[in-house]
Design a protein around this ligand. Structure first.
Ligand SMILES: Nc1ncnc2c1ncn2[C@@H]1O[C@H](COP(=O)(O)OP(=O)(O)O)[C@@H](O)[C@H]1O
Ligand SMILES: [Mg+2]
Length: 386
């Protein structure tokens, strides 16, 4: 049932919520512990009471809507609930109370929903963070978190966010698209898939490159399925997303600093540690920072067949990005030495693009060949003609 966006209804919702919170408090009900069914009954009874006491004219249909939405407010994440429950929604982006966008099948669109006001957005953000012991206030206005279902959340509030609290949710993909799905949907040609499969089995070091949401993690996951079962794999991620169907796997996850500002475990820490774990291959979810150095060194020293992804719009840009990451993270070597390190460790860049209609595509597969005068001469193994 579609919600009502008008301010009259929103105002009613706000008053009802306040009333319910007071009533719960009076009854000493702990929402976290109470049974769902009894909470449902409690919400229903009290809304009926509120509506009749205040003589609010409300259609039967709006009454059902108000009850459902108020229940979502009390026990869940309010307006986010229907979007979280909808499997066709991949991303939820809240730019402010009245500006909620969703991504469905690769297309960004305005969602038919809203929050009441800024406070409402902040209330939902705090509810997400509460069980995690993470704080969000003027002194730490940005936070990363994860929902119980594995979805990744980022929240930014003023003063950093200029137009009010903002929330970005990348929903946890319950099931990644497999090789056959990607071929069927035209994201990868059968011949390209064959090339990639043999690159994996012959232990090439592969970097998947693309913009946000182009399907990097999806492709990384798909490629990992072709790792032979007798090899030992260690995965390193900021938020466990990969679902490798592999018998010999150790999964590691980075950890942000706690409230006291300690206890942080970076991807770099984990790559270094992984080298002591005797892996055959390292799968790093995404290269973002200094861990690139250890990854390249690992690729060069007995861990061939390692893979990662990088945020970049072309194979060329990916190389520039790596050079920059090395330079700003203290790899103090000349331009030539940097290029040589990259050229000797990285074998292949798989470039992804997202077309205007939302379709994702493996657009290029580029092999890097180190020659005497060019540390990484690019050789196209595959290229889509568009
Ligand atoms: N080839 C594809 N076709 C359709 N949807 C895809 C494709 N690749 C990825 N997706 C979907 O797009 C969203 C982002 O994919 P993901 O692999 O996480 O991208 P990235 O890692 O580049 O940010 C996910 O919901 C995923 O299921
Ligand atoms: Mg990703």
């Amino acid at each position: 049932m579609a919600t009502r966006l008008d301010s009259e209804y929103q105002d009613l919702k706000r008053r009802v919520h306040q009333f319910l919170v007071e009533r719960l408090d009076e009854e000493g009900i702990d929402v976290g512990r109470a049974a769902r069914a009894s909470l449902q009954a409690f919400v229903q009874t009290n809304i009926s009471a509120f509506i009749s006491q205040n003589r609010v004219p409300l259609s039967a249909q709006d009454m059902i809507l108000l009850t459902r939405e108020s229940f979502d407010e009390v026990v869940g994440f309010g307006p986010l609930e229907p979007l979280l429950a909808d499997d066709s929604v991949n991303d939820i982006l809240v730019n402010g109370p009245e500006s909620v966008f969703i991504e469905v099948a690769g297309v960004l669109q305005k969602a038919h929903t809203r929050f009441i006001d800024d406070d409402h957005v902040v209330r939902v953000i705090r509810r997400i963070l509460a069980p995690l012991g993470r704080r969000l206030d003027e002194s730490s206005p940005m936070v990363d978190a994860r929902l119980p279902d594995g979805s990744r959340v980022n929240a930014v509030i003023p003063p950093v966010a200029l137009d009010g609290p903002s929330l970005s949710i990348r929903k946890f993909a319950r099931k990644h698209l497999g090789a056959q799905d990607l071929v069927n949907s035209g994201s990868i040609s059968a011949s390209c898939l064959q090339i990639l499969t043999s690159l994996v089995t012959t232990r090439r070091n592969i970097l998947v490159s693309g913009g946000t949401g182009t399907g990097k993690t999806t492709i990384l996951n798909m490629l990992s399925q072709f790792i032979p079962a007798d090899e030992r794999v260690v995965t390193i991620e900021d938020a466990a997303e990969l679902q490798l169907n592999h018998p010999h796997i150790v999964r590691l996850e980075t950890r942000p600093a706690n409230l006291e500002g300690t206890g942080q475990v970076t991807a770099r820490d984990l790559v270094i540690n992984t080298l002591r774990m005797r892996p055959d291959r390292i799968i790093l979810g995404e290269v973002r920072s200094g861990e690139i150095l250890e990854l390249l060194q690992a690729m060069n020293t007995g861990h061939e067949g390692s893979m990662s992804t990088i945020h970049s719009n072309s194979a060329r840009d990916a190389l520039v990005r790596i050079e920059t990451l090395l330079a700003v993270n203290g790899y103090d070597a000349g331009e030539r030495a940097i290029a040589r390190l990259i050229g000797s460790s990285l074998d292949v860049i798989v470039q992804l693009v997202r077309l205007p209609g939302g379709r994702r595509l493996v657009s290029e597969v580029v092999a890097l060949k180190a020659t005497a005068d060019d540390p990484y001469r690019m050789e196209y193994l595959y290229q889509v003609h568009r």
